[in-house]
Write a protein that binds this ligand. Structure first.
Ligand SMILES: Nc1ncnc2c1ncn2[C@@H]1O[C@H](COP(=O)(O)OP(=O)(O)O)[C@@H](O)[C@H]1O
Ligand SMILES: [Mg+2]
Length: 182
């Protein structure tokens, strides 16, 4: 994928399919450590140990007979190509955490892309889910919490075009405001 924000969209769709009601998405830039970390954490139905193994290891011999998609393998590949690592922790009935790290200055590191758009789309299409987006950049932090947003908006639905535009800009500006973003 051309932008990590599209990987985030894809991985978060998995959390939604797994009936998560709370999803925490975080992006952290650490220039000193030369590291970019992307994490998606959910309280969905989780996966058992055997399944986790088969999803993270797409190039096994059972590949052709297995009916799973490419969302997880693509993020894993993207992280490893950029000198990073991929981790999938999951517990049945508890939830799943996907973590991908990237060497910030690696030539094959895919740019973060438009997280404002990704998050606002996810939020507007899944109003039943509470999303927390946390963006950290060299010690500074920006947070976007839909529980707060829903309180402020009251009865105004999150899929109103004006609200979507506002969320998008708010997140874009928030990211820019801390150390020039990622
Ligand atoms: N957060 C999650 N919670 C529960 N199951 C998940 C989660 N993410 C992925 N899975 C399981 O792993 C499978 C593979 O995911 P993925 O690689 O994104 O492909 P796809 O979503 O196209 O099936 C999913 O179909 C789902 O069964
Ligand atoms: Mg998927």
């Amino acid at each position: 994928m051309k932008e990590l924000s599209l990987n985030i969209l894809d991985i978060t769709q998995n959390s939604i399919s797994a009936c998560a009601t709370k999803i925490i998405i975080s992006v952290e830039k650490d220039t000193k450590e030369n590291l970019l970390t992307v994490r998606i954490e959910d309280n969905g139905k989780g996966m058992d140990k055997e399944f986790v193994k088969s999803v993270t290891d797409p190039f096994t011999t059972t590949r052709s007979t297995r009916k799973v998609g490419m969302g997880i393998p693509l993020l894993k590949m993207s992280a490893e190509q950029a000198g990073g690592e991929f981790k999938l922790n999951s517990e049945l009935g508890v939830g799943t955490t996907v973590t991908a790290t990237f060497k910030l200055n690696h030539i094959d590191r895919v740019p973060l892309g438009d997280v404002g758009q990704t998050i606002s789309v996810l939020v507007s299409c899944n109003q039943q889910v509470d999303f927390l987006y946390v963006h950290k950049s060299d010690g500074e932090e920006f947070k976007f919490d839909t529980i707060e947003i829903k309180e402020i908006l009251g009865d105004v639905p999150l899929n109103e075009p004006d609200v979507i535009m506002w969320m998008q800009e708010y997140i874009r500006d928030g990211i820019k405001s801390i150390n020039g973003g990622a």
